[in-house]
Design a binder for this molecule. Structure first.
Ligand code: PMP
Length: 290
């Protein structure tokens, strides 16, 4: 069935949801976005996603032409218009229409669109058997060049690493920063379990401040598991007891091997499974009602 898309203040049929070839979101990847899950008729962690969206916009001097309240209402209405109770929302703010030069200030008005649709998940086998990861040769972009904390429309750095993963016959790749420390994966954060403790790279290593990452850290603390954010090397990962990825679309994905090295038992670890159960329970029972 054709979707109804929120575009600049109106719900329009999918066939009419079009942006200009002069939009700097398209010409330069100049814009920001969020990917948000809908579970059981509720939008999961919407305030946190809006916080990150406004922070990304602030970092690139992009004036979001809607308030938090208006964006919340628009997300709810777009879900309702599409009868969505479980799925995925893509909220995008582009720099808007301008001329061919880079200057963003010559684009008078940012454009906002919201797609509320079903979600393409990793195959069930990935959650049962674990993911095989590789380390990409493509480095995560240096924060001094472009902060990975900005969730911008320019994902080429991640796409280059994703190509390496697909070429190697898998779906995700670990990205290291320019110092050789682990940053994150192409669209997910990474965690390890060592000696009963949970560890994940710090945001300063080039990781996105993931919403799922924050939820998992909080759930671990509630379970009495110590959590820290040290710099991690590939050695730390390949010698860990457990490893898993987190992301809005992926939720919590166990990792079976990295560059051919089997992690732990090679099966989803005990803490990974415990956190997955706690996460799913939280996702089903909290959020902004549609
Ligand atoms: N890192 C990158 C590069 C991502 O694109 C994403 C997905 N948005 C994540 C991590 C996970 O973040 P979140 O849990 O907020 O979806």
């Amino acid at each position: 069935m054709a979707l109804k898309i929120f575009l600049d203040g109106k719900l329009v049929p999918e066939s009419e949801a079009k942006v200009s070839v002069f939009d700097h979101g398209l010409l330069y990847g100049d814009g920001v976005f969020e990917g948000i899950r809908v579970y059981n008729g509720r939008i999961f962690k919407l305030p946190e996603h809006l916080d990150r969206l406004f922070a990304s916009a602030q970092a690139i001097m992009l004036n979001v032409p809607m308030s938090r309240e208006e964006l919340t209402k628009a997300c709810r209405e777009t879900c309702a218009a599409n009868g969505l109770r479980d799925g995925y929302i893509r909220l995008v703010v582009t720099r808007g229409v301008g001329y061919l030069g880079l200057n963003p200030f010559k684009c008078p008005k940012a454009s906002v669109f919201i797609i509320a649709s079903t979600i393409e998940l990793y195959p069930e086998a990935v959650y049962r058997d674990g993911l095989k990861l590789i380390t990409a040769a493509t480095q995560r972009i240096n924060p001094a060049a472009l902060s990975p904390s900005i969730k911008s429309l320019n994902y080429l750095n991640n796409i280059l690493a994703k190509i390496e993963a697909v070429n190697a016959g898998t779906v995700e790749a670990i990205m290291l920063n320019s110092e050789g420390y682990v940053a994150e994966c192409t669209g997910d954060n990474i965690f390890i379990v060592r000696g009963g403790k949970l560890e994940t790279p710090p945001v300063s290593a080039g990781a996105l401040n993931g919403i799922t990452r924050a939820v998992v850290m909080e759930l671990a603390k509630q379970l009495g598991v110590p959590v820290s954010e040290p710099n991690l090397t590939r050695y730390d990962l390949t010698t860990a007891d457990e490893c898993f990825l987190t992301g809005t679309a992926a939720e919590i994905v166990p990792v079976a091997s990295i560059d051919g090295r089997v992690i732990g038992s090679g099966k989803p670890g005990a803490l990974t499974l415990k956190l997955t159960e706690a996460f799913r329970k939280l996702a089903q029972t909290t959020g902004t009602a549609i």
